[in-house]
Design a protein around this ligand. Structure first.
Ligand code: DX5
Ligand code: ZN
Length: 252
């Protein structure tokens, strides 16, 4: 099946998101991925629309099974409903066991990107191929306790690497600074080996941490509480992106 195109990035002011790290030939696109885990589910379409108006360009959807992580959230029906109300890529972060069993259904429901945990996938290579074979971008996630080295054999296969900066399962947790060196190493490895995966960060991304993650090399910034936890999602998203942009102007 043909891969679905990335959507929604071209309408954004490119100036905001072009960021060139040392030793990389191509400028990298920085995007905000509001995590709906922190949204008001009774008004989900409105919340997504507001976050999009504030500059969000990817919708991050946290799928939890109560086994791999100690929490339960949503499944394919929610993805199917979201698909009807947004054109943006739906970034499904699977925090589940037996991912292979559910990947086809998530793709069919309208997911564009699907990430799976290295810690939860015994046959990770097969799982990444399965995601791609269903027309989605394939990502691999690592928990705070998992080293970057655990990904060495799949870095050329993954479209993006998601570095968890909290232990997965809940929103509004404190950012774990140990995640920063992983982003730096992933960016360096990519530059040194001519690879092309994107680097995503998830957990505790807020005004006080977004500069550090961008300078460390993160390009896709997942944010739940910082966008939906209080106040207006539109202005919260705008402020986060502004802080990210300002960080790109600083030396790395
Ligand atoms: C946590 C989820 C995150 C969560 C982030 O397991 O993967 O996507 O929504 O929430 P914040 O941004 O509030 O830390
Ligand atoms: Zn997530």
């Amino acid at each position: 099946m043909a891969e679905r195109p990335f959507r929604g990035t071209l309408v954004l002011p490119p100036r905001v998101r072009l960021y060139q790290r040392k030793r990389e030939r191509e400028p990298r696109l920085i995007e905000l991925a509001p995590s709906i885990l922190a949204a008001d589910f009774a008004h989900l379409a409105d919340q997504v629309r507001d976050a999009t108006a504030g500059g969000g360009t990817v919708v991050h959807v946290d799928i939890m099974d109560g086994h791999f992580v100690p929490n339960l959230t949503m499944g394919p029906p929610l993805v199917r409903s979201l698909r009807k109300v947004t054109e943006l890529p739906l970034d499904c972060h699977l925090m589940i066991e037996n991912a292979d069993q559910f990947i086809p259904e998530f793709c069919d429901a309208g997911a564009n990107w699907i990430s799976v945990h290295q810690e939860a996938c015994v046959h990770l290579d097969r799982t990444l191929h399965l995601i791609k074979d269903h027309g989605c971008r394939a990502g691999v996630v690592i928990n705070p306790a998992t080293p970057v080295e655990a990904l060495s054999e799949v870095l050329d296969l993954a479209d993006y690497i998601l570095v968890m900066s909290v232990n997965p399962g809940f929103g509004a947790q404190k950012f774990i600074p140990g995640a920063l060196h992983k982003m730096r190493r992933l960016a360096e490895y990519r530059a040194n080996h001519g690879l092309n995966y994107r680097i995503e960060v998830d957990g505790g991304v807020a005004l006080d941490t977004v500069g550090d993650v961008v300078r460390a090399g993160a390009e896709i910034l997942v944010a739940g509480n910082a966008v939906f936890g209080h106040g207006d999602p539109k202005s919260n998203a705008q402020k986060l992106l502004k802080a990210a942009t300002e960080a790109t102007l600083q030396k790395v």
